[in-house]
Design a protein around this ligand. Sequence first.
Ligand code: ZN
Length: 486
Amino acid sequence: MRYRNFIELIFVAGIVFSSGFFFCKDSPYQPEPPEDGVREVIILYTNDEHGWMEPTSTHGGAAGMMGLWKQREGYSADGPYLILSGGDMWTGPAISTWTAGESMVQVMNAMGYSAAAIGNHEFDFKVDGLNRNLSLSQFPYLSANIKTKSTGEIPEFAEPYLIKQVNDVNVGIIGLTTVTTPTSTFPDNVQDYDFIDYAEALEQVVPRVKADGAELIVVAAHICSWEMKALAAKAKSLGVSMIGGGHCTDTININDSGVALVHSGRNMQHYARVQIQYDTVGDTLISISQQLVENKGGTADAEIASIVAYWRDQVDATLSEVIGFTENGIGSRSWAMYNMVTDSWLISYPAAQISCTNAGGIRQSIPSGEITLETIVSVLPFENSIVELELTGSQLMDVVSRLIFGGMTSVGGYRLTDGTPLDPSQTYRVLTIDYLYSRPDYNFQNYDETPYYTSIHYRQPVIDWIKSLNTSPENPLDQYLDNNPR
Ligand SMILES: [Zn+2]
């Protein structure tokens, strides 16, 4: 058979190509043609993005996730898709943290998010920072359970809910914020607000959402999996069909009491996909199913990748900033270095009494002369974050013999900096890094099953401390260092 002309060849090639695409294992999701009144809504849900827009050695970052959404889910902006976040969007790697979240806001705008729950870490840059990011966002921040103490009203930066029409279905999206917020961000930043019980908040807001015309109701909640399970039956009785979670680092993907519960872990490593069939004539939910998808294998989306590359350039430019001066330099295996690193954590996070980490996390010496941000990045190059644990004195003594530490010494027996001997039965608030916490050989996971992830990068306190001293050739860093063995 010969093709009569070039146009026909292109046409046939197009059919062959698209047929092949259909049968390909990774072919995108194709919605069913609608029956009368039956509409499909696909919710793509992430939480605890924490600014992880760049790809890592294991996961695709924001551009890779957008690629998956397009390739695997068939995502298009005018399709039956609703993109939601469970909050804690910004604090994490320098590319986001050093812009106070602005870079991540831009990425999430481009990814088409419709709304985000307010997480505890949305207060990390104070309410002013939250408002600044809100003004840059093309989507609202939701919370129905934050109340201004002085008025009892939901504060201006929060919308209790949003109603969005997706494929002819009016979807009511309600936000919730963890009640632990006053202890899981800097308390001063939220002293004006109460964080009320989730069920109570839903009881107050769901009737308003229904009165406003919502047919399908979902909740984007910055709350842990166990809290989601505890809330499921109440949510079902109020007419909620799905709860997306946040805050804790596990993943969840179940139907409990007739409500789809999803929690996508953190750091853009997974997204949840919730598929809903809704009968708009009979006003009934026909089906709902949920799935977790790992952010691997997506072809980086060009638009998102270019935004991330822009911010990478900005961050690289700031790394040449001079932050201090040392006359003699600081050796990577010196007490001055060990003590500086561990003490700086306690200065940045004074709620803890003791800090400990592995000397292996310190990779280079600081050469004599000017100290730049890049120097510190090279000294402490890993993407480690500080976690806070509660350990007894005896548990501490078990682990710290292999570590460097601040807030205590082992010289002449374990004792705190003020000389008080470490009490084996007393509980202490201890900082270490998420990397060591995850290592079974350090036993941290056995000692404290519920660590608090501060989201503070392990090098940031060192940078902050050096900067605060305003060092120079006349006022070198050397004179502030503690060279005493611990
Ligand atoms: Zn959180």
